[in-house]
Ligand binder design. Sequence first.
Ligand code: COA
Length: 372
Amino acid sequence: MQEVVISGTGVFTPPHSISNDELVEAFNAYVDLYNAKHLAEIASGEVEAKTYSSSDFIYAASGIESRFVMEKAGILDPTRMCPRYDPRPDDQPSMMAEMAREAAQVALAEAEIDAADIDLILCAASNMERAYPAMAVEIQALLGAGGFAFDMNVACSSATFGIQTAADMIKSGSIQRALVLCPEITSGHLEWRDRDCHFIFGDVATAVLLEAADVAKRPQFKLRSTRCATRFSNNIRNNNGFLRRAHDQMEDRRDMQFMQNGRKVFKEVLPLVSDHIAKHLEDEGHDATGLKRLWLHQANKTMNDYIGRKVLGRVPTPEEQPNILKDYANTSSAGSIIAFAQNKDGLSAGDLGLICSFGAGYSVGSVVVEAL
Ligand code: COA
């Protein structure tokens, strides 16, 4: 069986950042407008008054300080509260494809290979911009990559499930090189008017380049093992599928965007992830306490701190368990890969690290890598 290596990573960071204070100021202005508009119904008890958000709550509950977005003005306009993403004509590249291309080019440059040598492009993300043709095929064309391409969606776990999918193809010999791309425009499926979740997400795109060890010029990590698991839950859900009308009346269509029962997610996902990692490591004969780095999905700082403590059996240092949540917020599938791409240096040959993502489904994916 072919050995698989990671030889490049890339992150595309959108041009605009929104701080908690900016976000809360816009949200609270929206609350004032809403409450003024519904003054009579609120007074009669027909409508519930909306309450202010707060930067202190956001930081304390999530560890998020800011988030990047592809468009900022629409989100911060209290009369609008969603980004302005005008539909692009069919003869122009789609947004996800452009973002993914940027991240992919960084990874290709790092690995010192040409796009034409890629055999597989996986676009692995929480939402696709359209039903078909697959985003991945458009990205393949934009890059000038060879081989074939397809989309896959396992929500926040898409990156690690994509890595396992690509790695298994390389191991079997059906391909030699793959790009796993996670372009996430979460700002398009977040309800910015919902106080419980308006602060959670940000936009980004990431790339991981996997190659057969035999052909890699610049191998960085050996892929030691991967493991994926799923268990159905409705606690994180988005009903915006092709059987629904487009949500032009957004007021009535809250379920067409990100929905979650955050408390339940918190309680149910923690044991699922910690047990999954422990079992994965044990089955592969790895000593968890010997892991030199944990690149975890970036959903919530308290959750990540808990998982890190549970896995290592002690409080990890910030270097051992990088946190990119404060600058990027939750970027769905891309979070663990941003953490990996920006914090993969400084390990010695033979050191083991773990990439782990988790989220809707529920789904958990873990990847053990060895520094070369
Ligand atoms: N500003 C100020 N206060 C807020 C607020 C906001 N934006 N949002 C909620 N609150 C208030 C609530 O009204 C509540 O007040 P009360 O106690 O007076 O009723 C209080 O803060 C606690 O709210 P709650 O929703 O229970 O907060 P929490 O501590 O559970 O934190 C999450 C909320 C979403 C951050 C947390 O549950 C979480 O991280 N869950 C996991 C999310 C996750 O990982 N999802 C995966 C997505 S892929």
